[in-house]
Ligand binder design. Structure first.
Ligand code: 13P
Ligand code: SF4
Length: 303
C-alpha cells in the first residue's frame, strides 16, 4: 500500500477501534507524525493512565506497553513491534532483584520504568528520567536505597541529591557508548554549541554537559534557551521532534550511530497491520500487575 493509503487506513481504523496512538520521541518520523500523542516515558505513562480511548497503540518498546497495560488493565494495549525490547531492562531480572533485596533487608527499591513488569512488582516505587531526583528526595533520609537498573542515571541522581545509594550495574548500550572523544570531535566542528545530554549517559559525559535532562526536559531546555546550536546526547529520533518545535535551532548528534534499533522496528505498514489484527496484545499477569501498579502509582503521585 502507498503511504497516503496507509495513513488513511490507520486514521479510519483508529476511529473504528476507539484507539489512541502514542509514540515515544525516539520513534521514526512517520510514526511520530501519525501519533495522537508523542512524549517521553513519564508523559506516555500519564497518557496511558488518563486517556479515555479503549485501545492504546503503544509505539515504543515493551516496558512502555507493559506500563500502559498495568495502569489501564481494562484497556487493550497493542505493541506493533512485539520484538521491541530494551537491552537495559533485560539487565535486571526479578530473581536477581529478589536476591539483592535479601542482601539489603529494609532497603527501598527504586526501579527505573525501563524494567519488566516482574521487576516493578519487586519494587517499592518507580521513576523515569524526568522525575528520578524528586522520587529519591521523597524517600526518608534514614532509608537505604537500592536503585535498579541504570547505574548512570543512578550516579546522576546521587550527584543531584547527595544520597548514598546501592546501584545496579545496568546501562543503556546506546547512551553509555557516548564518549568524551566523541564530544570533542563534534565540539571541534561546532565550538559554540551547548552540550545537552540524557542522564543515561556516562557520569563523565553528564559532568561536562550544559544540561542533563529527560527527553521532555531537553525539549523544554532547547526551546527556551537563547543559544542557537546544540550537541545532542540522546537518540537520533528525537531530532525530528526538535525540528518541529524549534525549527531555527541547529542540532548536531553527539555521535553518528546514536540509534536505538528497538525503537526503530515500526513503520507505517507495521502499524497498519497491528491495528488491523490487534497484534501484539500485551497481557500482564494480574498478581504481578497489581504489585507493579503500586510502584507506578506511587511515582505518579509524586510528580
Ligand atoms: P525518557 O525517560 O527520556 O523517555 O527516556 C526513556 C528511554 O528509554 C531513554 O533511553
Ligand atoms: Fe532501552 Fe536505551 Fe533503547 Fe531507551 S534507548 S529503549 S534505554 S536501549
Amino acid at each position: 500500500m502507498i503511504k497516503d493509503n496507509l495513513r488513511d487506513y490507520i486514521t479510519a481504523r483508529k476511529i473504528e477501534l476507539n484507539a489512541v496512538i502514542m509514540a515515544h520521541y525516539y520513534q521514526p518520523a512517520e510514526i511520530q507524525d501519525i501519533a495522537d500523542f508523542v512524549g517521553d516515558s513519564l508523559q506516555l505513562a500519564r497518557q496511558a493512565a488518563e486517556n479515555p480511548a479503549q485501545v492504546i497503540v503503544c509505539c515504543g518498546v515493551k516496558f512502555m506497553a507493559e506500563s500502559a497495560k498495568i495502569l489501564s488493565p481494562d484497556k487493550s494495549v497493542i505493541l506493533p513491534s512485539p520484538e521491541a525490547g530494551c537491552p537495559m531492562a533485560d539487565m535486571a531480572t526479578a530473581e536477581a532483584l529478589r536476591q539483592k533485596k535479601a542482601e539489603y533487608p529494609g532497603a527501598v527499591v527504586v526501579s527505573y520504568v525501563n524494567t519488566s513488569a516482574e521487576v516493578k512488582a519487586e519494587s517499592d516505587i518507580c521513576c523515569t528520567s524526568s522525575n528520578a531526583v524528586q522520587v529519591i528526595r521523597s524517600i526518608p533520609e534514614d532509608k537505604l536505597i537500592l536503585f535498579v537498573p541504570d547505574r548512570n542515571l543512578g550516579r546522576f541522581v546521587q550527584s543531584q541529591t547527595g544520597r548514598d545509594m546501592i546501584l545496579w550495574g545496568g546501562y543503556c548500550p546506546i547512551h553509555d557508548k557516548l564518549s568524551l572523544e566523541d564530544i570533542q570531535e563534534v565540539r571541534d566542528r561546532h565550538p559554540s554549541a551547548l552540550l545537552v545530554v540524557h542522564p543515561e549517559c556516562r557520569p563523565e559525559v553528564s559532568a561536562m554537559a550544559d544540561a542533563v535532562r529527560s527527553t521532555a526536559g531537553l525539549l523544554e531546555y532547547i526551546k527556551n534557551s537563547p543559544a542557537q546550536e546544540f550537541i545532542l546526547g540522546t537518540e537520533a529520533g528525537f531530532i525530528h521532534t526538535l525540528k518541529k518545535h524549534c525549527p531555527d535551532k541547529k542540532i548536531y548528534l553527539a555521535y553518528e550511530q546514536f540509534i536505538c534499533k528497538d525503537m526503530k522496528l515500526i513503520d507505517l505498514e507495521q502499524l497498519a497491520f497491528a491495528m488491523e489484527t490487534m497484534q501484539s496484545r500485551i497481557e500482564v499477569d494480574p498478581e504481578i500487575s497489581s504489585r507493579a501498579r503500586q510502584a507506578l502509582d506511587r511515582m505518579l503521585q509524586i510528580s
